[in-house]
Design a protein around this ligand. Structure first.
Ligand code: NIG
Ligand code: FE
Length: 403
């Protein structure tokens, strides 16, 4: 990980560390769990952070002659490795034509209804050969990595046909094996095929295969995608397979599914609702109710609002009601061609009006809880995944775009 020799011990020196340390997600930065340690060292091996402290303290406890690497970060800030918990990286083709149509006043949903949108990308993607698709995926992952993202959730979803979707998910799992960043695969039921009964049958006969590749299942609920009735039929099939569920909801209007979920949560391990550009009072009540039972995150992607020139999700309302938030890029073929979490952080500061320390939580510790990873915190026993931010003042990260 991080490109160093990982056989033994590594030591970061001269780092300014900023991290949350907490056993539960951060709602707001009022909990005193934000730690800043200037001029510090981090001792770690391949699997975990061993010690954090001053060089002197660490030297007094460990034989530093045995170190494989000393990484002098010259007073850079060290953030927990940034996590993008919602992306759709695996697709082929360009939707630039739609971008031009949107400039002329056509909406995302108009274009989707006319057979463009996701369907256009599906057509391009299923006709792309495997080697090219793999190359495209790897190039995109590289872009993310270069912009300081260290963990990426990636969904399939541009194939429609269940067996092809599984091939795509498989490709995501396969490429992740040779990478020095962590990839979390998620199965996405993006849009239904014309023959929905057949879609369900295929899902039923392949569900075990899917479960072997991922524990996460996502469904896009929208007028242009799955209805609530269709979603319930899908859920019925998945019931006994121990999936963790995420839902694309309320991107364009209140789809009614958030309120419905307040009943479903006893039977299904629901972990997030993503998008939430529309949030009614009733939605908030339902989210609060679900959060009394377990952590159910609101995943907000301001780059989609920016890209589609739409309103921004009311993140402050979620905060004020105790709903844990994650931020992500939603990188995809049509509604967010944005890979930079730094840009997301900047949008969140300007348009969601979030405190920058909250934004840090929503890009580190909270998505780690969402994705069930021992990451997102610079803490003993946690994965040694860091984002080095070469800035004097860490607040510049949220302000001055360079990734
Ligand atoms: O998360 N909303 C659904 N899916 C993607 C968009 C996919 C596309 O337009 O290609 C999203 O925004
Ligand atoms: Fe999405």
């Amino acid at each position: 990980m991080n490109g160093y020799n990982l056989n033994g011990y590594n030591l970061i020196v001269n780092g300014n560390i900023i991290t949350y340390i907490s056993d539960k997600p951060i709602i707001k930065n009022l909990e005193n769990s934000l730690i800043k340690l200037k001029n510090s060292s981090i001792l770690f091996n391949n699997n975990e952070i061993i010690e954090i402290g001053s060089y002197k303290e660490i030297k007094s406890k460990y034989d530093l002659n045995k170190l494989d690497n000393i990484i002098d970060v010259n007073n850079s800030w060290v953030f927990p490795g940034l996590i993008d918990c919602h992306t759709h990286l695996l697709f082929s083709g360009s939707r630039v034509e739609e971008f031009i149509l949107r400039q002329k006043g056509y909406s995302y949903q108009d274009i989707a209804k006319a057979g463009g949108g996701i369907k256009y990308t599906v057509n391009k993607t299923i006709n792309e050969n495997y080697t090219n698709l793999k190359k495209i995926l790897l190039n995109r992952i590289k872009l993310f990595k270069e912009s300081n993202t260290k963990i990426i959730e990636i969904k399939n979803g541009y194939a429609i046909d269940i067996e092809k979707e599984i091939d795509h998910l498989n490709l995501i799992v396969e490429v992740s094996k040779d990478l020095d960043i962590i990839i979390v695969p998620t199965f996405l039921a993006h849009i239904p095929s014309c023959d929905f009964e057949n879609y369900l049958k295929k899902l039923e006969s392949n569900v075990e295969k899917i479960r072997k590749l991922t524990q996460f299942f996502d469904i896009f609920i929208d007028k242009t995608a799955f209805s609530i009735e269709q979603t319930l039929k899908i859920l019925e099939i998945l019931k006994d397979y121990n999936f963790k569920f995420r839902f694309h909801v309320n991107e364009f209007e209140d789809d009614g599914f958030i309120n419905k979920s307040a009943e479903l949560i006893k039977d299904y391990d629901i972990i997030s609702f993503d998008h939430l550009l529309v949030l009614t009072k009733e939605n908030i009540e339902s989210l609060k109710k679900m959060n009394e039972v377990k952590d159910v995150f609101g995943v907000i992607m301001p780059s989609t609002s920016w890209f589609l020139n739409k309103n921004y999700a009311n993140a402050k309302l979620l905060q004020d009601n105790g709903i844990p938030i994650c931020l992500a890029t939603d990188y995809n073929a049509g509604s967010s061609n944005v890979f930079s979490l730094q840009f997301v952080a900047n949008l969140a500061a300007i348009y969601l009006k979030l405190d920058i320390h909250d934004i840090l939580a929503y890009l580190t510790i909270n998505p780690a809880f969402l994705l069930k990873l021992r990451a997102g915190q610079i803490r003993k026993g946690f994965l040694p995944i860091f984002s080095f931010i070469n800035l004097k003042d860490y607040r510049e990260f949220f302000f001055s775009l360079n990734f």
